[in-house]
Write a protein that binds this ligand. Sequence first.
Ligand code: HEM
Length: 134
Amino acid sequence: MVPFDIHLIRLFLHVLAATIWVGGQFTLAAQLSTVRALGDTATKDVARAFNRLAWPAYGVLLATGIWNLLEVSVGDRPTSYHVLLSVKLLAVAASGIGAASHVVSRSKIALAIGGTLSALGAITAVFTGVWLHG
Ligand code: HEM
């Protein structure tokens, strides 16, 4: 029988939040030109609405990420696991910092850099997360 237990709930919450944080960014980017055509403030309004969902999801990722670390006996893992985990945590930080700077930026170049950093960090966090899980 496939077990239905607390580990399933932990990974479910972590992956659900990742789908919102990562998938939401790409969905928003894909709709940008359509949203722009709706009016001068449409892009900002839609981005603000997305942020109300995305930042709580990022919070859930941090909380369930710490929960993951407590459950996987991280201290007993080999050096390769710790290296991969460090790469993942850098990617998580880059994604959060990139997204935060995207929110407060005014210039087009700063917006582009923040958005790119956030998306690349998010993709890397998913890839290394799946790799860690094995
Ligand atoms: C942008 C933020 C994050 C994203 C997108 C993300 C994404 C993911 C994904 C997709 C998995 C694979 C789950 C699976 O294969 O079932 C995973 C696993 C994992 N994540 Fe994250 N994660 C994020 C943040 C964090 C943080 C902040 C930590 C630690 C504090 C963390 C620690 C882990 C660990 C240890 C695993 C492996 C869990 C296991 O083997 O049971 N993650 N992550």
